[in-house]
Design a protein around this ligand. Structure first.
Ligand SMILES: NC(=O)CCC(=O)C(=O)O
Length: 258
Protein backbone atom coordinates (compact mmCIF):
# COMPACT_ATOMS: atom_id res chain seq x y z
CA UNK A 1 0.00 0.00 0.00
CA UNK A 2 1.24 3.48 -0.85
CA UNK A 3 0.62 6.27 1.63
CA UNK A 4 1.06 9.89 0.57
CA UNK A 5 1.65 12.51 3.23
CA UNK A 6 0.79 16.14 2.58
CA UNK A 7 2.92 18.35 4.82
CA UNK A 8 1.51 21.81 4.15
CA UNK A 9 1.26 25.31 5.55
CA UNK A 10 -2.19 26.47 6.71
CA UNK A 11 -3.49 30.00 6.16
CA UNK A 12 -4.79 31.17 9.55
CA UNK A 13 -8.53 31.78 9.52
CA UNK A 14 -8.83 31.48 5.73
CA UNK A 15 -10.63 28.26 4.78
CA UNK A 16 -11.02 29.31 1.14
CA UNK A 17 -7.26 29.52 0.60
CA UNK A 18 -6.76 26.25 2.50
CA UNK A 19 -9.38 24.38 0.48
CA UNK A 20 -7.81 25.59 -2.76
CA UNK A 21 -4.36 24.51 -1.55
CA UNK A 22 -5.58 21.06 -0.48
CA UNK A 23 -7.25 20.59 -3.88
CA UNK A 24 -4.05 21.58 -5.71
CA UNK A 25 -1.80 19.42 -3.55
CA UNK A 26 -3.98 16.32 -3.80
CA UNK A 27 -4.53 16.88 -7.52
CA UNK A 28 -0.93 17.42 -8.51
CA UNK A 29 0.74 14.98 -6.17
CA UNK A 30 -1.38 11.88 -6.25
CA UNK A 31 -3.59 11.86 -9.31
CA UNK A 32 -4.21 8.34 -10.57
CA UNK A 33 -1.78 6.50 -8.32
CA UNK A 34 -4.29 4.69 -6.09
CA UNK A 35 -3.05 5.70 -2.68
CA UNK A 36 -4.10 6.71 0.79
CA UNK A 37 -3.51 10.44 1.22
CA UNK A 38 -3.15 11.98 4.68
CA UNK A 39 -3.62 15.67 5.63
CA UNK A 40 -2.66 17.56 8.82
CA UNK A 41 -4.77 18.80 11.75
CA UNK A 42 -7.23 21.74 11.47
CA UNK A 43 -6.23 22.42 7.88
CA UNK A 44 -9.38 24.41 7.08
CA UNK A 45 -8.95 27.23 9.61
CA UNK A 46 -5.81 26.67 11.66
CA UNK A 47 -6.12 27.80 15.27
CA UNK A 48 -8.25 30.89 14.55
CA UNK A 49 -10.41 29.66 17.44
CA UNK A 50 -12.04 33.02 18.22
CA UNK A 51 -13.48 33.15 14.68
CA UNK A 52 -14.89 29.63 14.52
CA UNK A 53 -18.51 30.78 14.61
CA UNK A 54 -17.90 32.42 11.20
CA UNK A 55 -15.28 30.20 9.54
CA UNK A 56 -15.66 26.63 10.88
CA UNK A 57 -17.41 23.99 8.79
CA UNK A 58 -21.07 23.40 9.60
CA UNK A 59 -21.66 19.71 10.29
CA UNK A 60 -18.45 18.91 8.42
CA UNK A 61 -19.31 20.93 5.30
CA UNK A 62 -17.90 22.09 2.96
CA UNK A 63 -14.76 20.06 3.84
CA UNK A 64 -16.46 16.65 3.67
CA UNK A 65 -17.96 17.36 0.24
CA UNK A 66 -14.64 18.65 -1.03
CA UNK A 67 -12.74 15.58 0.16
CA UNK A 68 -15.42 13.30 -1.28
CA UNK A 69 -15.17 14.87 -4.71
CA UNK A 70 -11.33 14.88 -4.64
CA UNK A 71 -11.35 11.21 -3.61
CA UNK A 72 -13.68 10.26 -6.47
CA UNK A 73 -11.88 12.43 -9.02
CA UNK A 74 -8.40 11.16 -8.20
CA UNK A 75 -9.40 7.65 -7.08
CA UNK A 76 -7.65 7.95 -3.74
CA UNK A 77 -8.63 7.24 -0.15
CA UNK A 78 -8.24 10.37 1.96
CA UNK A 79 -7.54 10.57 5.67
CA UNK A 80 -8.55 14.19 5.73
CA UNK A 81 -6.60 15.22 8.81
CA UNK A 82 -8.97 17.25 10.91
CA UNK A 83 -11.10 20.35 10.46
CA UNK A 84 -12.87 22.71 12.82
CA UNK A 85 -16.56 21.88 12.66
CA UNK A 86 -19.65 23.54 14.10
CA UNK A 87 -22.38 21.16 15.30
CA UNK A 88 -25.34 23.18 16.52
CA UNK A 89 -23.00 25.86 17.92
CA UNK A 90 -20.69 23.31 19.54
CA UNK A 91 -17.25 23.30 17.95
CA UNK A 92 -15.11 20.19 17.44
CA UNK A 93 -11.66 19.37 16.11
CA UNK A 94 -12.96 16.64 13.82
CA UNK A 95 -11.12 14.07 11.68
CA UNK A 96 -12.76 13.06 8.39
CA UNK A 97 -11.94 9.94 6.37
CA UNK A 98 -13.35 9.25 2.89
CA UNK A 99 -12.72 6.29 0.64
CA UNK A 100 -11.99 6.38 -3.08
CA UNK A 101 -15.71 5.94 -3.85
CA UNK A 102 -16.29 9.20 -2.03
CA UNK A 103 -17.98 7.63 1.00
CA UNK A 104 -17.40 9.14 4.43
CA UNK A 105 -16.15 6.07 6.33
CA UNK A 106 -14.98 7.54 9.62
CA UNK A 107 -15.13 10.63 11.79
CA UNK A 108 -13.43 11.27 15.10
CA UNK A 109 -13.68 14.27 17.43
CA UNK A 110 -10.37 14.97 19.22
CA UNK A 111 -10.66 13.71 22.79
CA UNK A 112 -7.73 15.43 24.49
CA UNK A 113 -7.93 19.20 24.01
CA UNK A 114 -4.63 21.08 24.19
CA UNK A 115 -4.69 23.87 26.78
CA UNK A 116 -1.43 25.46 25.59
CA UNK A 117 -3.28 26.39 22.39
CA UNK A 118 -6.55 27.22 24.24
CA UNK A 119 -8.54 24.41 22.62
CA UNK A 120 -10.46 23.70 25.83
CA UNK A 121 -11.80 27.31 25.84
CA UNK A 122 -13.42 26.97 22.40
CA UNK A 123 -13.89 23.30 21.55
CA UNK A 124 -15.85 20.36 22.88
CA UNK A 125 -13.96 17.10 23.38
CA UNK A 126 -14.91 13.84 21.69
CA UNK A 127 -15.67 10.80 23.81
CA UNK A 128 -15.05 7.75 21.64
CA UNK A 129 -12.51 6.40 19.18
CA UNK A 130 -12.58 3.14 17.22
CA UNK A 131 -10.49 1.72 14.36
CA UNK A 132 -11.82 1.84 10.81
CA UNK A 133 -11.19 -0.02 7.53
CA UNK A 134 -9.55 1.76 4.60
CA UNK A 135 -7.72 0.31 1.57
CA UNK A 136 -8.07 -3.20 3.05
CA UNK A 137 -6.27 -2.25 6.27
CA UNK A 138 -7.43 -1.52 9.83
CA UNK A 139 -6.45 2.01 10.83
CA UNK A 140 -6.45 3.93 14.08
CA UNK A 141 -6.51 7.72 14.08
CA UNK A 142 -5.59 10.13 16.84
CA UNK A 143 -5.10 13.90 16.65
CA UNK A 144 -1.92 15.67 17.76
CA UNK A 145 -2.00 16.05 21.60
CA UNK A 146 -3.74 12.60 21.78
CA UNK A 147 -0.25 11.27 21.07
CA UNK A 148 0.69 11.93 24.70
CA UNK A 149 -1.96 9.46 25.92
CA UNK A 150 -0.56 6.01 25.16
CA UNK A 151 -3.63 4.23 26.53
CA UNK A 152 -5.73 5.61 23.64
CA UNK A 153 -3.35 4.30 20.98
CA UNK A 154 -2.98 0.97 22.83
CA UNK A 155 -6.76 0.53 22.89
CA UNK A 156 -6.94 1.16 19.13
CA UNK A 157 -4.19 -1.43 18.58
CA UNK A 158 -5.91 -3.96 20.87
CA UNK A 159 -9.08 -3.33 18.84
CA UNK A 160 -7.15 -4.24 15.68
CA UNK A 161 -5.41 -1.14 14.30
CA UNK A 162 -2.33 -1.98 12.21
CA UNK A 163 -1.55 1.58 11.18
CA UNK A 164 -1.97 4.74 13.20
CA UNK A 165 -2.59 8.09 11.47
CA UNK A 166 -1.59 11.19 13.45
CA UNK A 167 -2.59 14.53 11.90
CA UNK A 168 -1.04 17.39 13.86
CA UNK A 169 -0.24 21.06 14.31
CA UNK A 170 2.77 20.40 16.56
CA UNK A 171 5.07 23.35 17.36
CA UNK A 172 8.74 23.16 16.44
CA UNK A 173 9.77 23.92 20.02
CA UNK A 174 8.65 20.41 21.06
CA UNK A 175 9.90 18.47 18.05
CA UNK A 176 11.90 16.18 20.32
CA UNK A 177 8.64 15.03 21.98
CA UNK A 178 6.94 14.64 18.58
CA UNK A 179 9.65 12.37 17.19
CA UNK A 180 10.14 10.35 20.38
CA UNK A 181 6.44 9.75 21.02
CA UNK A 182 5.72 8.74 17.41
CA UNK A 183 8.54 6.21 17.47
CA UNK A 184 7.46 4.94 20.91
CA UNK A 185 3.82 4.45 19.76
CA UNK A 186 5.07 2.46 16.76
CA UNK A 187 7.39 0.23 18.82
CA UNK A 188 5.07 -0.44 21.76
CA UNK A 189 2.05 -1.19 19.55
CA UNK A 190 4.04 -2.89 16.77
CA UNK A 191 2.22 -0.89 14.13
CA UNK A 192 3.00 1.60 11.38
CA UNK A 193 2.65 5.24 12.31
CA UNK A 194 1.85 7.83 9.62
CA UNK A 195 2.28 11.26 11.18
CA UNK A 196 1.45 14.49 9.34
CA UNK A 197 2.43 17.81 10.85
CA UNK A 198 1.87 21.24 9.33
CA UNK A 199 4.63 23.76 8.67
CA UNK A 200 4.70 27.57 8.82
CA UNK A 201 3.56 29.90 11.57
CA UNK A 202 0.27 31.25 12.87
CA UNK A 203 1.83 34.22 14.62
CA UNK A 204 1.84 32.46 18.00
CA UNK A 205 3.54 29.17 17.12
CA UNK A 206 6.04 28.02 14.54
CA UNK A 207 5.09 24.52 13.44
CA UNK A 208 7.78 21.92 13.05
CA UNK A 209 6.95 19.69 10.08
CA UNK A 210 8.98 16.49 10.38
CA UNK A 211 6.02 14.45 9.20
CA UNK A 212 7.13 10.85 9.15
CA UNK A 213 6.29 7.23 8.54
CA UNK A 214 7.57 4.78 11.16
CA UNK A 215 7.50 1.00 10.79
CA UNK A 216 6.39 -1.52 13.48
CA UNK A 217 10.00 -1.88 14.70
CA UNK A 218 10.33 1.86 15.17
CA UNK A 219 12.47 2.47 12.08
CA UNK A 220 11.74 5.81 10.46
CA UNK A 221 11.02 5.02 6.79
CA UNK A 222 10.86 8.68 5.78
CA UNK A 223 11.02 11.95 7.66
CA UNK A 224 10.27 15.32 6.06
CA UNK A 225 12.03 18.59 6.80
CA UNK A 226 10.47 21.86 7.92
CA UNK A 227 9.09 23.12 4.57
CA UNK A 228 6.00 22.12 2.59
CA UNK A 229 6.54 18.66 1.14
CA UNK A 230 4.52 15.81 -0.31
CA UNK A 231 6.00 12.33 -0.02
CA UNK A 232 4.89 8.78 -0.66
CA UNK A 233 5.99 5.70 1.29
CA UNK A 234 5.37 2.04 0.43
CA UNK A 235 3.97 0.14 3.37
CA UNK A 236 4.28 -3.63 3.70
CA UNK A 237 1.37 -4.35 6.01
CA UNK A 238 2.49 -7.98 6.45
CA UNK A 239 5.29 -6.66 8.63
CA UNK A 240 2.83 -5.88 11.44
CA UNK A 241 1.93 -9.57 11.88
CA UNK A 242 5.60 -10.59 11.51
CA UNK A 243 6.76 -8.25 14.27
CA UNK A 244 3.83 -9.18 16.54
CA UNK A 245 4.71 -12.85 16.11
CA UNK A 246 8.45 -12.33 16.68
CA UNK A 247 7.96 -10.30 19.90
CA UNK A 248 4.54 -11.38 21.25
CA UNK A 249 3.71 -8.24 23.21
CA UNK A 250 -0.02 -8.57 22.62
CA UNK A 251 -0.22 -12.08 24.06
CA UNK A 252 2.21 -11.31 26.92
CA UNK A 253 0.52 -8.15 28.18
CA UNK A 254 -1.33 -8.51 31.49
CA UNK A 255 -3.86 -5.68 31.83
CA UNK A 256 -5.39 -7.28 34.96
CA UNK A 257 -2.03 -7.00 36.77
CA UNK A 258 -1.67 -3.23 36.43
N1 LIG B 1 -2.36 20.82 18.34
C1 LIG B 1 -1.94 20.12 19.37
O1 LIG B 1 -2.65 19.29 19.93
C2 LIG B 1 -0.52 20.39 19.80
C3 LIG B 1 0.00 19.38 20.80
C4 LIG B 1 1.37 19.73 21.27
O2 LIG B 1 1.99 20.68 20.81
C5 LIG B 1 2.00 18.93 22.33
O3 LIG B 1 3.12 19.27 22.72
O4 LIG B 1 1.39 17.96 22.80
Amino acid sequence: MKVTVIQMDVALGNPEINRKRVSELIGSAVSGRGQVVVLPEMWNTGYALDKLDVIADRSGEPSTGLLQSLAREHKVDIIGGSVSSNENSKFFNRALVVNSQGELVHTYNKIHLFRLMKEEQYLHPGNRNKPFDLAGVKWGLIICYDLRFPELTRKLAVDGAEILAVPAEWPKVRLHHWRSLLIARAIENQQYVVAVNRVGSDGKNVFGGHSMVVDPLGEVLYEAGEQEEVFTVDIDIGKVAEVRQAIPVFSDRCPDCY
